[in-house]
Design a protein around this ligand. Structure first.
Ligand SMILES: Nc1ncnc2c1ncn2[C@@H]1O[C@H](COP(=O)(O)OP(=O)(O)OP(=O)(O)O)[C@@H](O)[C@H]1O
Ligand SMILES: [Mg+2]
Length: 328
């Protein structure tokens, strides 16, 4: 069952820059984990922030729709959105300190969410907060419940953020690069925690990342964004074995194989164009190893197979077959 449905989403900087994100459509199913990937500046954060009305002040959704569990989110009032955020939809950001309240103990923050969203009384909410801190792997939860966020390490703060995100029994968690600010070993622990929670609580997760290794380990479906568009949408297995867009296969080629030194990483030559400088045709065409004349014309979003869409006309017409990488 589809839980979140984004259709034709377009995000502008009105009067200055149309089409930061353009015609973006994807779904997240109940209990499934969907990755939103792409290089820096492709529009992943704007897309995920727009879902719950958290876009930066000057930026606006100018077309499209976002439905969550039968509710049209783009027509919700700020008050209605606040009831959804931290309730049926939990959020985890890259910098835990940007969303934790520095003046409240971590226990009170989690308890407050349960009081606000579920109407629970303080004693019960605090008891549940302690259980949640235990569940996310915070040692001495009974004592740490009285700690302030700044008294904790970055990894522990991110665990608190995750506890807060799942505190009110959400159906969906949106996590935007939840581990990027952390040390590599801590990153792996936090991702393992998220994966366990996703399975145990039957959560749908929308995970924003630029790390294909994370996608392979964590996700069921994948949405590949390039320069404000969706390049490809498919299952993670199909992405790895049978990619449907040259940008996806270039990203796959950039993943270090086991045993290969990081310094030998193939990166995709060139840079992501910024809004205002998007090519008129395929936006990846200037960097694409498979580009032909026809690619300079606009490329419609095409169906390749069930649940598999691409914006590459060459792949869609069968003119180009791409090599997968396998899953490591
Ligand atoms: N507040 C803003 N005002 C103007 N432009 C913005 C704003 N926020 C983002 N943009 C532009 O929108 C585009 C998409 O940005 P976004 O932050 O969604 O990218 P991203 O895919 O999340 O990148 P990263 O991997 O670096 O987090 C970028 O070109 C960015 O410069
Ligand atoms: Mg981002």
């Amino acid at each position: 069952m589809t839980l979140l449905s984004v259709e034709g989403l377009t995000i502008d900087l009105p009067g200055r820059q149309p089409g930061l994100v353009e015609d973006v459509s994807f779904q997240v199913s109940e209990g499934r984990s969907t990755a939103l990937i792409g290089e820096s500046g492709c529009g992943k954060t704007l897309t995920s922030m727009s879902i719950l009305g958290l876009l930066p002040a000057a930026v606006r959704v100018t077309a499209g729709s976002v439905w969550f569990d039968g509710v049209d989110l783009l027509t919700c009032t700020p008050r209605q959105l606040r009831r959804i955020r931290g309730g049926p939809v939990g959020m985890v950001f890259q910098e835990p300190m940007s969303s934790l309240n520095p003046t409240m103990t971590v226990g009170d923050q989690i308890a407050e969410a349960r009081r606000l969203h579920l109407g629970e009384r303080r004693g019960a909410a605090l008891a549940r907060a302690r259980e949640l801190l235990e569940r996310v792997g915070i040692p001495n939860a009974a004592r740490r419940i009285g700690a302030y966020p700044h008294e904790m390490s970055g990894g522990m703060q991110q665990r608190v953020m995750i506890a807060a995100a799942i505190a009110c029994e959400p159906k969906l968690v949106i996590a935007d690069e939840p581990t990027t600010a952390l040390d590599v070993t801590i990153q792996a622990e936090i991702l393992a925690l998220l994966r366990d929670l996703q399975r145990d609580l039957d959560l749908a997760v929308l995970l924003v990342t630029h790390d294909l290794g994370v996608v392979a380990d964590f996700c069921d479906e994948v949405v590949v964004m390039y320069a404000g568009h969706i390049a490809e949408r498919t299952t993670v297995d199909r992405l790895f074995y049978d990619p449907g867009h040259p940008y996806s296969s270039a990203l796959l080629a950039a993943v270090p194989q086991s045993g290969q030194a990081r310094s030998r990483l193939t990166v995709i030559p060139g840079r992501v164009p910024s809004a205002g400088g998007f090519p008129a045709g395929c936006r990846f065409e200037p960097r694409c190893a498979h580009a032909v004349e026809h690619c300079r014309e606009p490329q419609p979003d095409a169906l390749l197979g069930e649940g598999h869409r691409t914006r590459c006309g060459r792949v869609a017409s069968g003119d180009l077959t791409l090599k997968g990488a396998g899953r490591g």
